[in-house]
Each structure stands twice: as C-alpha cells, then as structure tokens.
Write a protein that binds this ligand. Sequence first.
Ligand code: BGC
Length: 276
Amino acid sequence: MNSTAPQLPAHPVLAGQKALVTGANSGIGRAIAVALGAAGADVVVNYVVGDDAARAVVDEIRGHGVNAIAIKADVSSEADVERMFAEAIRELGTIDVLVANAGLQRDSAFHEMTIEQWNTVLNINLTGQFLCARAAVREFMRRGVVPSVSCAAGKIICMSSVHQTIPWAGHTNYATSKGGIKLLMESLAQEVAPLRIRVNGIAPGAIRTPINTSAWNTKAAYDRLMTLVPYGRIGEPEDIARAAVWLASDHSDYVVGTTLYVDGGMTLYPGFATGG
Ligand code: BGC
C-alpha cells in the first residue's frame, strides 16, 4: 500500500489544539465553541455584547477539562481583531483553528435599506471574516505544521449560509455577504493550501437560534418553514457544531476549499419535489 493519508490520533480528536470562535456566546457559535472544547481543544470565546453569556460558555467549556477564555472584540474592527489574536496567542500559545462565525441580519426591503443596514452586515459578516482569517493565516505561517498536534498548519472554517447560493429577497445585504464569503473562502483556500492551511465553509440552513426566531417560534411559522426543508425538521446548533469539529480535525485532512451544506436539504429546490 502506498498512501499518504495521515494516521489519525486517538480521541479526543482536537486534543492539544487551540481554537478561536467568533460570535461564540450564542447560537451556532456557542454550540461550536462547546463542541470544540468537548473534543479536546482549548477555546477562545469571542463576543461583542453579553459578558455574562460569554462567561457561561467559558465555564461550560472548562467543564470538559480544557482551557477557555473570553475575549471581547468587534470583528469588523481591525484594531480589535489584532488585539484579540495577540491576546489569544499570549494566553494559549498559538491558534490552530479559527471558526469565523460572527454574523447578523439587518433585514429590509431593498428600496428602504439604509446605508447603515448595508454596511453593518457587510462589515461584520464579510470584512470580519477577512480580518480574522488574515490574522489566523499570519499565525499559521509563523508556526507551520506541528505534527504532534495536527497534520495541517491550521484550519479556518468560514460560517456561511444556504444564502451563499439561494437568493433571498428582503435580505439583500445578508445574501450578498454570504455570497462574498463563498469566494473569500475558496480564493483563500486556493492561496494557502500549499502552506498546508485548510480553509472550508459551512452553509447552515434554518437552525434554531436567536437570528431567526420568527421563522420557528410559532406553529404557523414552523409549518411554513418546513415547506422549505425536505428532511422535515429544523436544524439544531449541535448539527452545525458536529460538522465544525470534523472540519477542524485531521479526520477531514483532505477536505480543502469545500462548503459543507448542513441544511436538511434546503438547497435541493424543494418546490420541485412535486412540480417542474
Ligand atoms: C439565516 C436564517 C434563515 C436561514 C435559512 C440563515 O443563514 O440567518 O435567518 O432562517 O438562513 O433561510
């Protein structure tokens, strides 16, 4: 046999790794931060508002016997992101995994959308991922591969959305940011793969989090949502967290520049199940 596939370490799959998750005090980011800790990583819990929630996530992660710290920083601010990475590296020694997750919606009909709504979404969802990924790549390049930790020099997971491919009326700013994340992720993946840095994306569908409460918190809304989800249930943050742990681990070592859709089939054009 002539294979260069890596020999995988025994569980936990992320033992010895240091991860930074943005927007980690609620929703999908929170579930990912906890799951990375449960998988053996030390975790930086980034957040911008909600000190108590961030502290609770840190406590929960520490309950898994790993280290965790909370760092308050606005991902759309270059100075904040630089300060956050400096502090994370000072406290944990390095960063092996970035989950660029922080994101929000500021929905509006297009003709009424303000420049502030546009800029807020683009600055946090897209520029925030650029700033964090750039800081992570710099650290991965400085450190290189440490074979006892991971066969990659670093992993970046860009949190996207089904709306990187599904157009979304009334949410033009958000869909634009996610479409941008797709090509940010793919172009960066192409550029840094020779350095053994793996960049991938996750495209969640409808997940039960505070960002989309109105889409699932009444029976009528839930039933309407289910017409868009062939698998017949809403996603839970843990569905995304499990995908993130896999993408962060050496189990996905040959996965480079891919978007993993975790959407219950939302991108399968469910309207065509009976039509067309
Ligand atoms: C949005 C949610 C929405 C889901 C499916 C996500 O990216 O943030 O509000 O429910 O896509 O449309």
